[in-house]
Design a protein around this ligand. Sequence first.
Ligand SMILES: N[C@@H](CCC(=O)N[C@@H](CS)C(=O)NCC(=O)O)C(=O)O
Length: 225
Amino acid sequence: MTMTMRIYGDPGSGSLRRVTTAARIMGIELERVFVDLFKGESQTEDFKSRLNPHGLTPVLEDGDLILYEAAAINLYLAEKVNSPLLGSTEKERSQVLQWMFWSGEQWRTFSVTIFDERVGKTVMNLPRDENLIAFAEGKIRSAARVLDRHLEGRSFMVGDALTLADLDIAAPFSQVDRAKFPIKDFPNLVAWHENLLRSFPAWAETKAEVDDRMNSFLASVGVRL
Ligand SMILES: N[C@@H](CCC(=O)N[C@@H](CS)C(=O)NCC(=O)O)C(=O)O
């Protein structure tokens, strides 16, 4: 008998959303384990020693395998079922990896900085670092310009079907209204994301999950962004 794989995370997390969306699209069942990030549950000694020493989610548990980093988890799941989310030719698979690595280093990292400054610090009642926000916004804008050009006349980042590259690059849209990332001025990027929401019910369902969780948490602590 095979055990259902477990995924640890908080429904307010855009990183968890990348995994839960991909799993739904691939028809892979995951048992959800709720880790309340607003209560710091990923920062406990137990979490760090058992699941991820960095204190971050999502984390996948598959038997004796513990895996963190949403991109690595998605590649692992997709390999298991040889999913077209990996790309459908060798060339496409390499391009999918190219955009996934790029996304981690040059795209999501700056959106996380802006999220931490605008949302995290507001919740914690700490002063924002406006210079850091301006720096990260500059990085996001120049990356978004390249994405916008790439997406001209295309519906997907690679080839003509959804891949893990789309999910990784779409991640900042999970918090765009709360953190006000400067990505709404790029028409091809916005149209590509609208198409993902329309065409993939899993992406829309997990958006609702993130929004519900974030909005009710922010309301519970009396924060209006
Ligand atoms: N690069 C990681 C990012 C993981 C990450 O930043 N997770 C956040 C939620 S989106 C988290 O667990 N934060 C908990 C904390 O900082 O205590 C991935 O893609 O999985």
